[in-house]
Every structure is written in C-alpha cells, then in structure tokens.
Design a protein around this ligand. Structure first.
Ligand code: NDP
Length: 264
C-alpha cells in the first residue's frame, strides 16, 4: 500500500520538505507520497497524524515542542532537547526523533575536526545546536544581542556573552543562528564585531537558507570556507527520510535525489 507522509507547520506553504522527499520517493521507486498539512493547533497533532493514516511526518515551527509531547516514545537526541521534528508510525505507536541538530553535524562533516564553535544567537535553533555540540565535547561560546536568554543557558556547559562584554578568540567554526538577514539586510552583530569574529574563525555557517545573507557575503569577501542553511536542511531531510524508509534506501541515493530537488 502507498505510504503517506506529511509536514506539519503554521505556516507550511513555504516548506521545501514535500519537494525533497517526493524527489527521493519518485526517483527511487519507493511507493510513497509526501504532502503538507497546515496545522494551527499543536494539541491536534497526534489526532490529525492518525486520522490521515500517516506513516511518518516532519514538524516545523511552531509545533516542535507539541510534537515531543504527542509521542508515545522519543528516541535519541530529541530526548535531550525536548523538541521533535520527525515522527514515525511504528505499528500504531508515535515515535519521535530530532534530526535538525544531527543534520547540521552532517552538513559540517567536510569541515573536519571542529573543537571550538562560536554560536551567534540564543533562540531555539541555538539551544539545540549547542546541546549537540557539547555531546561531541566541542567548546562552545554563545554570543547574543541581549541578556534576555541567559537563563536558558544557565545549566548548559557553554559560555554566554553579549555584544558589550564579548572578547574575541580563535574559533574553528562560527555559526549564525539568529534571524538577522532572513528577511532584512542586518548582520547578526555590529559590523566591527563580525569582521573581527570572521578574521578569527576558520569556517563559517548560517542556518538561514535560500539566500546569501550579509553575514555570509562578508565571509565570502574574506575568502572563508562557508555553508548556508541549505546543507542543514538537506542533512535533517536525509536523516528523516532514512527513518521513514527504515533504511530500505541507500543514504547516498537519498542525498543525491534530495539535493537535486533544490534546483527545481
Ligand atoms: P528564535 O526566534 O528562537 O531566535 C532568534 C535569535 O536571533 C535570538 O537569539 C535573537 O536575539 C536573535 N536575533 C533576532 N534578530 C536579530 C538581529 N537583527 N540581530 C541580532 N540578533 C537577532 O529563532 P530560531 O532559533 O527558531 O531560528 C533562527 C534562524 O534559524 C531562522 O532564521 C530560521 O529560519 C533558521 N533555521 C534554519 C533551519 C535549517 O534547516 N536551515 C532550521 C531551523 C531554523 P534576542 O535574544 O536578543 O532577541
């Protein structure tokens, strides 16, 4: 029987997930289809999932915490962060995973051995990535515009600093997790600070995809090796698809066809 998958979110019309997963299913002759579901109320996630008879799903903003609560069982890194972005129907039980942070690790694999990371921003994406970096014993510093999110990192083994108190040192990688540059031309911190950070960093990454942010533009001008959020998006998608097909398809082939959907 044809399997059905979906992405849940609000909004959801912009999501590239249907294109990415359908490209894999179609090209690898896997009998499945991936659609999108605009879900307003996160509390309805579980019922909606089962009433649509889904085999699996992805979850995006703002329902990732609700997805965590909706699960019968949560596995792996999702347990650490309390946030689920991938759901699998395992014999009528809802199993939750988080492939966002592992997707990022997958994306930066080619940067080699990373020991120190500066994370710009302190929101949800930052928290998930920081927890994942710490699992690999990476030394992490968080640099945020304001003090307002310091509490969120109270029990996290990283340094939290703001623009005013920040003193630059050397980093293997700097990653922008702020939304600066998403729908404006802002840098994630004042120009002078960003220039100094880039001069002290070997590699650069941005969680934002679909455009060259002013931050990455500056990294490019400085001849830095950089990646935008498309690789993170691809990474989480590849890992989610592997869970959906229960390893029936080869990871290389999943990656190849998912990547090709980015040019559609
Ligand atoms: P949050 O709203 O949780 O956090 C936003 C953070 O950005 C805060 O730390 C905030 O600082 C900071 N910020 C916002 N505007 C500015 C600015 N103009 N200058 C400096 N700092 C600013 O967002 P999320 O963590 O959910 O998402 C962050 C970004 O990551 C988004 O652009 C999103 O699109 C992207 N993303 C990409 C993914 C991918 O697969 N590629 C996956 C998930 C997210 P303050 O505390 O001072 O308000």
């Amino acid at each position: 029987m044809k399997k059905l998958f979906s992405i849940f979110g609000d909004p959801v019309s912009h999501s590239r997930s249907p294109l990415m997963h359908n490209s894999v299913f179609k090209n690898l002759n896997y009998d499945a289809c991936y659609t999108r579901t605009h879900l307003l109320d996160g509390d309805k996630l579980r019922d909606t999932f089962f009433s649509l008879n889904l085999s699996g799903a992805n979850v995006t903003v703002p329902h990732k915490e609700a997805a965590f609560k909706a699960c019968d069982e949560v596995r792996g890194f999702a347990k650490t962060v309390g946030v689920v972005n991938t759901l699998v129907n395992e014999n009528g039980k809802l199993i939750g995973y988080n492939t966002d942070a592992d997707g990022f690790m997958y994306a930066i694999k080619e940067f080699g051995d990373i020991k120190t990371i500066l994370v710009l921003g302190a929101g949800g994406t930052s928290r998930a990535l920081v927890s994942r970096f710490l699992q690999d014993n990476i030394e992490v510093t968080v640099l945020n515009r304001s003090d307002s999110r310091r509490e969120d990192f109270k029990n996290v083994a990283c340094k939290y600093t703001t623009w005013n108190e920040f003193k630059v040192s050397n980093y293997d990688l700097v990653v922008n997790t702020t939304s600066a540059g998403l729908s404006d031309d802002n840098l994630p911190a004042p120009l002078e600070l960003i220039e100094s950070i880039l001069d002290h960093s070997s590699y650069v990454a941005d969680a934002i995809y679909g455009k060259l942010t002013p931050f990455l533009q500056l990294a490019k001008e400085k001849n830095k090796n950089y990646k935008d959020g498309a690789d993170m998006l691809l990474g989480q998608g590849v890992l989610a698809n592997e869970l959906f097909v229960n390893k029936e398809l080869k990871k290389d082939a999943i990656e190849h066809h998912m990547k090709s959907s980015f040019n559609l």
